[in-house]
Ligand binder design. Structure first.
Ligand SMILES: Nc1ncnc2c1ncn2[C@@H]1O[C@H](COP(=O)(O)OP(=O)(O)O)[C@@H](O)[C@H]1O
Ligand SMILES: [Mg+2]
Length: 260
């Protein structure tokens, strides 16, 4: 059964999309069957995989609106080695339609039930807010991966997110775990980043992933070529970091399975 990981943080620009694309591509590169879902109306994950968000015949919107099965809207991307459920600005309309549905927070979970067994990992890129789309991702998910930048206000935003996750656990998804806090865009020369990073480990101990994603220009360039970084520059620091992250996540999951 595929493990579903939602990549979420209500803050924009923290590296959710970069992490979704590159974690998914790295898991695929180490021979896992992966489905990547773009749940952000901005469609950056879709474009970053080289798929034109304006030319989609079916997308996550039709799936959430009950007009298509997930399987029909999924695009196999042989070059990257994964499957993509693409998204675009139509997802804005999905938010409105979902609000009128019964069990509106479970629609994604129900649609994924039929296809998740085909994958080992399902990675969901969430929009930068705690809206009904993000709620659907957090209800469908087994765990949430939280990318964050080690800057002054990071910890403050994080406690809001932790409250929300607690709330979700107490109501709609008791099984939701925290996959980990991921430090992104890390600048090794910044004292502030080092301090915040230290505080993070103090507060959250082993919920903080060991892998740290450095600030790396290749990671910012790759989407404009429609490629994950490992296909764009596989020896870049960014590519190596996301490969290490994939390895860490696979190992953590093997451990928790043997512990269970
Ligand atoms: N590690 C990194 N190094 C350099 N640039 C990065 C890195 N991670 C993300 N970026 C860039 O920062 C911006 C925001 O990242 P993105 O992944 O789109 O964040 P989010 O999805 O949380 O809004 C993008 O332009 C992206 O290319
Ligand atoms: Mg994004």
């Amino acid at each position: 059964m595929g493990k579903i990981i939602a990549v979420a943080n209500q803050k924009g620009g923290v590296g959710k999309t970069t992490t979704s694309i590159n974690l998914a591509a790295s898991l695929a590169a180490i021979r896992h069957r992966v489905l990547l879902i773009d749940l952000d109306p901005q469609g950056n994950t879709t474009m970053g995989c080289g798929v034109d968000k304006k030319a989609l015949s079916l997308s996550a919107y039709e799936v959430l609106a009950g007009q298509a099965a997930a399987r029909e809207a999924i695009i196999p991307l042989a070059d990257i080695g994964l499957d993509l459920l693409p998204g675009n600005s139509d997802l804005t309309a999905a938010q409105v339609e979902l609000m009128q549905r019964k069990n509106r927070e479970r629609v994604l979970a129900e649609t994924l039930a039929s296809c998740r067994s085909e994958y080992q990992f399902v990675i969901i890129d969430c929009p930068p807010s705690l809206n009904i789309l993000t709620l659907n991702a957090l209800v469908a998910a087994d765990s949430v991966l939280i990318p964050m930048q080690c800057e002054y206000y990071a910890l403050e935003g994080l406690s809001d997110l932790m409250d929300t996750l607690r709330n979700i656990r107490e109501t709609v998804n008791p099984e939701l775990r925290i996959e980990g806090l991921l430090r992104t865009m890390h600048d090794t020369r910044s004292r502030l980043a080092a301090e915040v990073s230290e505080q993070l480990v103090e507060h959250f101990s082993d919920q903080v992933l060991r892998t740290v994603i450095p600030r790396n220009i290749r990671l910012a360039e790759a989407p404009s070529h429609g490629l994950p970084v490992m296909k764009y520059d596989k020896s870049s620091k960014g590519a190596l970091a996301y490969l290490a992250l994939a390895g860490e996540i696979v190992r953590r999951n093997q451990k928790s399975q043997t512990a269970a």
